[in-house]
Write a protein that binds this ligand. Structure first.
Ligand code: SF4
Ligand code: SF4
Length: 209
């Protein structure tokens, strides 16, 4: 917290809550330095020095708790309670809590919506092998998606040879079935499989993307 910031409406600079290190007792173990997430400490000449004392979180005493030689001290907790009373901070605190809850609710709602979308199957890649020459597979697929919220994208047809195509050489096709409205396409997939089967083609793979 920067010096000019507020702690529940009270200027942080007006709150004398910070650690004091007894340099004679400190053994330079660095635990306070590595524990504090606010960058309060530096280690100088093998001693912990609270160089950014006012960045200490008001009410926190973690470094003092973990210090193995009890070299860190804090003001009495009465000081914080007195400030809370004098500045009547709880109106501000309640408003802050309201805003925090609203933010948390929004985050939860967003996570739930993302989770629901992740569970949907909106795109499936099919790989199909067989002889496509005289078959009307693509035309039938086109009919199947017509006026429906589905589409066929990234369609690829691999024909080994041009002459082979006329001689009914097996070819390979891949395509993706997608939802045009980001909705679940599971209900449409049986129709795709049926068309593949009814055209005498082989379904090589079917993968949700
Ligand atoms: S935890 Fe205690 S002994 Fe270790 S560096 Fe910090 S003040 Fe010194
Ligand atoms: S009390 Fe907490 S915030 Fe303050 S210096 Fe120690 S670990 Fe950091």
């Amino acid at each position: 917290m920067a010096k000019d910031e507020l702690w529940h409406g009270i200027p942080r600079k007006d709150i004398p809550w910070f650690p004091t290190v007894d340099a004679d007792t400190c053994i330079g173990c660095t635990l306070c330095y590595t524990t504090c997430g606010r960058g309060v400490y530096e280690i100088q000449d093998n001693k912990a020095v609270p160089v950014n004392a006012m960045s200490c979180m008001v009410g926190c005493s973690t470094c003092g708790t973990v210090c193995p030689v009890q070299a860190i001290s804090f003001p009495d907790r009465d000081l914080v309670w007195k400030l809370e009373r004098e500045h009547k901070i709880f109106k501000v605190v309640r408003q802050e809590a309201k805003e925090k809850m609203a933010k948390q609710d929004a985050l939860k709602a967003r996570a739930a919506a993302e989770d629901a979308v992740a569970k949907l199957t909106t795109r499936v890649r099919f790989e199909v092998a067989g002889e496509f020459g005289e078959k009307r597979f693509l035309v039938q697929m086109e009919d199947a998606v017509k006026d429906k919220p589905y589409d066929l994208v990234n369609l690829r047809l691999e024909v080994p040879t041009v002459q082979g195509a006329t001689q009914k050489t097996p070819a390979f096709m891949s395509f993706e079935v997608t939802s045009t409205e980001q909705e679940d396409i599971q209900g449409f997939l049986p129709a795709v499989r049926a068309l593949i089967r009814d055209n005498g083609l082989t379904l090589v793979s079917e993968n949700k993307l």
